[in-house]
Write a protein that binds this ligand. Sequence first.
Ligand code: AQP
Length: 336
Amino acid sequence: MTDFTPRVFSGIKPSGGLTLGNYLGAIKRWVDMQGQMESIYCVVDLHAVTVWQDPAALKTGTREIAAGMLASGIDPATSVLFNQSQVHQHAELSWVFNCVARVGWMDRMTQFKDKAGSNAQKVSLGLYAYPSLMAADILLYHATHVPVGEDQKQHVELTRDIAAKFNHDFKTDFFPMTEPVIDGPATRVMNLRDGSKKMSKSGESDMERINMLDDADTIAKKFKKAKTDPAPLPETLEGLKDRPEARNLVDIYAALSDQTSEAVIAEYAGAGWGRFKPALADLAVDKLAPISTEMRRLLDDPAEIDRLLGEGAEKARAIAAPILDRTYDIVGFLRS
Ligand code: AQP
């Protein structure tokens, strides 16, 4: 068996502004992992265009996601940070994987079913093939670990299926079996107005999410208006079992304050929302304001963000190119 160097890959698609879900479920954990192993972080713009994106907004959104990563503590000198479309090898490897993955595997992807809904015949072919591109993103760098939110677990499992089938079909052990890393209290941050849906960038109402660029008043207003139930907070986490909206706010508090949800319940047992919601809003403003201030500063100089992404893309290509070359050799593509 080949030994693979421990390496992290993860990404965020610029399909809207960065949310608290992206921050707690992904970026904050990337920052914690940075330095523990080689890390590659990507603004996955090829994924964004699986649904319609206004071209100018896509460019702005790409810079905003990159600014969010930088402002949160991703260091471009330690980690590789770039946008996906600047490294053409992602699209090329994904074509090979389109020919390895089976239609039946794609049919099982719950995110496609959620996003396509009853409109499956009218959505783009790209949205259907999305998990194959995600497998390419990961395996192009022989990444061994992928920190993601709960919603992406099925796609990382599919990545393993694709790697296993490729290795089996071509009698090789070229691609690693990547591990999803899903931990902490906020692996699934929920919509503030409906605790059965996850918080998304592209959700219909702005009140259902906290955007990383929201100001203090907006954050306070959104938490104040977040859906809850009349009961106070219980003595134990068990008491939140059938209270998804309440559980979500406790989990957000825990993730922002680097505590477990049990510790938060122990501190606020018996408290009503009149006490908990303002405490949560203050905590969120305290943690997010320095990030949004830095994001705004970075966004004032788009040329510098573009330069950093270009430099990152060069480093990414240096890792990706030999892996794609070797894949082409294994597949049998003739190159003169
Ligand atoms: N609500 C969430 N809770 C925890 N983690 C989340 N992530 C996204 N939403 C939550 C994690 O953020 C990373 C990047 O996700 P993405 O932007 O590439 O895709 P997504 O999961 O489809 O995000 P959105 O916000 O829901 O985008 P739209 O609305 O455009 O589809 C991933 O690690 C994801 O798990």
